[in-house]
Design a binder for this molecule. Structure first.
Ligand code: UD1
Ligand code: MG
Length: 450
């Protein structure tokens, strides 16, 4: 049993200079989550004994992001072998397998890692994940012979013949934990880069007569993020995967390529989504919801059968009840819209409760902020808020109450009352006609003078 323990070491000490960012590379987000956290979530489903992330000095932000996973600090970056050495005190005395992964290669599939672990546990001391990229570029090359993997040659150290090999090193390895400790001691930096290469352990293993095998992964899962272009390419892959997941699950999208999800978006069944909709973090949509074009959601919960959009913005804490209608140019923040209520046009609803089946007229605004404090608006069930009502919070409008169009409501409105809070309308007979005559004369006088 103890033989089957798996430990993961994730290398993430690199500065990622090509990202041109003050943020450590592995914290750049894909589908709303730092790339290293994507990788860790895959590692977590493998039920590893322990996952250790190797970071550089001053990368406390990475430590926070990966908690409760352990981190170790590699003081000076002297190569991938040196990075694994930095984690060795977390592994000493252990038996089983050590899976070495890169924090900037976040899309690796669980199935690929499981295959590597299975091969490792069936008598191979080292299993290396290889791939055949369209452009082998400067990747390390895998030199294979009839007994498996013979050695990994870094591009900088490769002969022309070795550079012609298309099978490349992804960097991911699964290694016998006990043997790894001895091999780490043997690493030297006598090479073109002056670094301690982890890849050298392949040759050590073969020299000792140990078996070393290659598992081949796909180019897509081994895409690494070294630049903003790479990051965008990885985002594209993940968005494609998320869209496919939802299509397979019973979501209709008229133009899936224009709909963007977060890693944690939850959608039910029989939902329709029109083009150009963005789901930021923390969105949950129940069955039979219709989402029209150009909506933006973050931290929103939409209950079954609601219709939202086009052009609706739901911000954190927006809870849209079953069968509600939320229409165009409506912004809702930290508010509960209870079942069957309607906010159909041009409104801002913040820090509010809108009761069941209440109708909010076009242009209604809840004034929830006075520059210092936020206040709540509470509107009961079956109420009717006239168009262009401004509700100055804190304010309660009870069940069944109405407000007249254009009202500025500053006092509570009791149940079933009608509140009118606007200047009385005056009618000045023939006044418009007089106005026009006066202005006409004024203009003619001015033109004559000029
Ligand atoms: C490495 C492999 C190469 C492989 C390539 C795949 C070695 C010697 N070479 O080369 O065969 O084709 O990855 O992308 O392993 N890191 C540390 N500390 C260090 C150095 C690196 O944590 O001192 C981390 C980096 O943050 C990165 C990963 O290790 O996540 C790989 O480092 P990088 O410098 O990119 O290695 P390559 O030279 O690309
Ligand atoms: Mg690299």
């Amino acid at each position: 049993m103890s033989e089957n323990k798996v430990f993961a070491v994730i290398l993430a000490a690199g500065q990622g200079t090509r990202m041109k960012s003050s943020l450590p590379k592995v914290l750049h987000k894909i589908a709303g989550r730092p790339m290293v956290c994507h990788l860790l979530s895959t590692v977590d489903v493998l039920n590893v004994q322990k996952a250790v992330v190797v970071i550089g000095p001053g990368m406390e932000q990475v430590a926070d992001a990966v908690a409760p996973h352990h981190v170790v600090v590699q003081k000076k970056q002297q190569g991938t072998g040196d990075a694994v050495k930095a984690a060795r005190h977390e592994l000493t005395g252990q038996t089983g397998s050590v899976l070495v992964l890169y924090g900037d290669t976040p899309l690796i599939r669980r199935e690929t890692l499981e295959e590597m672990i299975r091969l490792r546990e069936s008598g191979n001391s080292v299993v290396v994940l290889g791939f055949e990229p369209d452009d082998p570029g400067r990747y390390g090359r895998l030199i294979v012979d009839e007994n498996g993997l013979q050695e990994i040659v870094e591009f900088k150290d490769a002969t022309e013949q070795q550079k012609a090999v298309r099978l490349c090193n992804s960097g991911v390895m699964c290694i016998d934990a006990e043997k790894l400790m001895g091999w780490l001691d043997q690493l030297s930096n006598d090479n073109a880069a002056g670094e301690y290469y982890l890849t050298d352990i392949v040759a050590f293993a073969r020299k000792e007569g140990c078996s070393v095998q290659v598992v081949t992964g796909t180019q897509e899962e081994l895409s690494g993020a070294n630049s903003r272009s790479d990051l965008a390419a990885i985002e594209k892959i993940v968005q494609k995967q998320l869209r496919q997941k939802f299509l397979d699950q019973g979501v209709t999208m008229t133009d899936p390529d224009t709909v963007y999800f977060s890693y944690d978006t939850v959608l039910g069944k029989d939902i329709t989504i029109e083009p150009s909709v963005v789901f930021e973090l923390g969105c949950y949509v129940e069955d039979h919801v219709e989402i029209k074009a150009f909506c933006h959601f973050e931290g929103a919960y939409i209950h079954a059968g609601a219709k939202v959009g086009p052009f609706a913005r739901l911000r954190p804490g927006a809870k849209i009840g079953a069968q509600c209608h939320i229409g165009d140019f409506v912004e809702i923040k930290n508010s509960t819209i209870e079942n069957g209520a309607k906010v159909n046009h041009l409104s801002y609803i913040g820090d509010a409760r809108i009761g069941e089946k209440t109708n909010i007229g076009a242009g209604t605004i809840t004034c929830n902020y006075d520059g210092f404090f936020k206040s709540k608006t509470d509107i009961g069930a079956g109420a009717f808020i006239g168009s262009d009502t401004v509700i100055v919070a804190p304010c309660t409008i009870e069940d069944g109450a109405m407000t007249a169009a254009g009202s500025v409501i500053t006092k509570n409105v009791p149940a079933n009352a009608l509140s009118v809070a606007r200047p009385k309308q005056m009618i000045l007979e023939q006044r418009a006609e007089k106005f026009r005559e006066q202005k006409k004369i004024l203009k003619e006088n001015l033109q004559n003078k000029g």
